[in-house]
Design a protein around this ligand. Structure first.
Ligand code: PMP
Length: 362
């Protein structure tokens, strides 16, 4: 297949070409069934097989213990910002958050709708260009949970190591780095992620929740927004986003074929190093936004000496087949999103373009 763009979109983002081709081949007629998977009942054996395989593969790839449920939800990670406090916040408890940037801020403002919130640590004084260290965290004993954003997609920062919160359940928004590296799921009470970066297309949101946290919410919560509804019904309480889950299943099979999360992490580290090394070797022409130690291996954010040069960088890169390099409108600058499915060759091409751009304009 010719002419694939060098796709650095932040999400929805690049999917593995093999996955797209497989979906294309199965699109009109799924495995001799006389119809597309999208035309099938979600209660039928064929769809249920896909649904169960996706769950099993995610369990296998993430090493999810048996006392956790895997849920396929809708409404994006943004709906999880509300579902987390609605389901986990109890009277007399506070919802504790680490303020690391744009997405954490959205989670916090949503939690405020449902009860008392507390900021365990914030990197706002450093313009959110770093992840607070574990020793900075102040988690109150009466915290219902501690919420962190594993990877700040906009600022380009990522937790290198997760804090030990003892008995306080740790909740992680892993929308932009789920499956990018091996993970000890048992450190978390709840993990959630919109699929559209590392898992598949938009339309499905994954939640992995420890069973003891599923109970009955202490406030009135609509049926669809209760974790228990989906947990009791294997995410088939209502019609799930069948096509998005099917695509996610193909991506999970692809991750497994790559050798799982350890193999994927190795490639991700190589890709990220290629770009950070290019930035660091540019004598200050390119400036990485995130502080050392907090740099994301998924979203590489950087600046040029002037906004004019940044605009020119975007323009010239687009002319050469690069897509999605403009930074988020709220922070400006540039951003290369290099999720699992972004091939090494695209990143090599970008590093080459960056060097060439500096040679011309530096
Ligand atoms: N959290 C993070 C870290 C994100 O990157 C995003 C989306 N870019 C969201 C939450 C919101 O996800 P959604 O669009 O699926 O609601």
């Amino acid at each position: 297949m010719g002419n694939r763009a060098f796709n650095f979109n932040a999400g929805p983002a690049a999917l593995p070409l093999e996955v797209l081709e497989q979906a294309q081949e199965q699109f009109v007629e799924y495995k001799g069934a006389g119809m597309s998977l999208m035309e099938m009942s979600h209660r039928g054996a064929i769809y249920e097989g896909v649904h169960q395989e996706a769950e099993q593969l995610l369990r296998e790839l993430m090493g999810i213990p048996d006392n956790y449920k895997v849920l396929f939800l809708q409404g994006g990670a943004s709906t999880q910002f509300a579902m987390v406090p609605m389901n986990l916040l109890q009277p007399g408890k506070v919802a504790s958050y680490v303020a690391t940037g744009s997405w954490a801020a959205k989670a916090i403002s949503e939690a405020k709708l449902f009860g008392e919130t507390q900021i365990a640590a914030s990197s706002e004084a450093d313009k959110f260009m770093r992840i607070p260290s574990a020793s900075e965290l102040n988690v109150p004993a009466e915290a219902a949970y501690l919420h962190l954003t594993s990877n700040e997609t906009i600022e380009g920062t990522q937790w290198a190591e997760y804090p030990d919160t003892g008995l306080v359940p740790l909740v992680g928004d892993m929308s932009s780095d789920i499956l990018c590296r091996p993970l000890n799921v048992s450190q978390f009470g709840l993990i959630y992620a919109g699929a559209q970066k590392n898992l598949g297309p938009s339309g499905v949101t994954i939640a992995v929740i420890r069973e003891d946290l599923i109970g009955t919410p202490s406030m009135p919560v609509p049926t669809m927004l209760r974790y228990s509804t989906h947990a009791k019904n294997d995410s088939l309480y209502n019609t799930p986003p069948t096509f998005a889950i099917y695509m996610t299943n193909l991506v999970l099979n692809w991750v497994k074929a790559q050798g799982g999360t350890a193999a994927v992490e190795k490639i991700n580290l190589e890709k990220a190093s290629l770009l950070y090394d290019t930035i660091d070797a540019s004598n200050g022409f390119f400036r990485g936004c995130a502080q050392e130690g907090s740099r994301s291996i998924m979203n590489v954010t950087f600046r040029l000496p002037s906004e004019e040069l940044e605009k020119l960088f975007v323009k010239e890169s687009e002319a050469e087949g690069f897509v999605g390099l403009k930074g988020h409108r709220s922070v400006g600058g540039l951003r290369a999103s290099i999720y699992n499915a972004v091939p090494r060759s695209s990143v090599q091409a970008l590093a080459g373009f960056m060097n060439e751009f500096q040679r011309r304009h530096g």
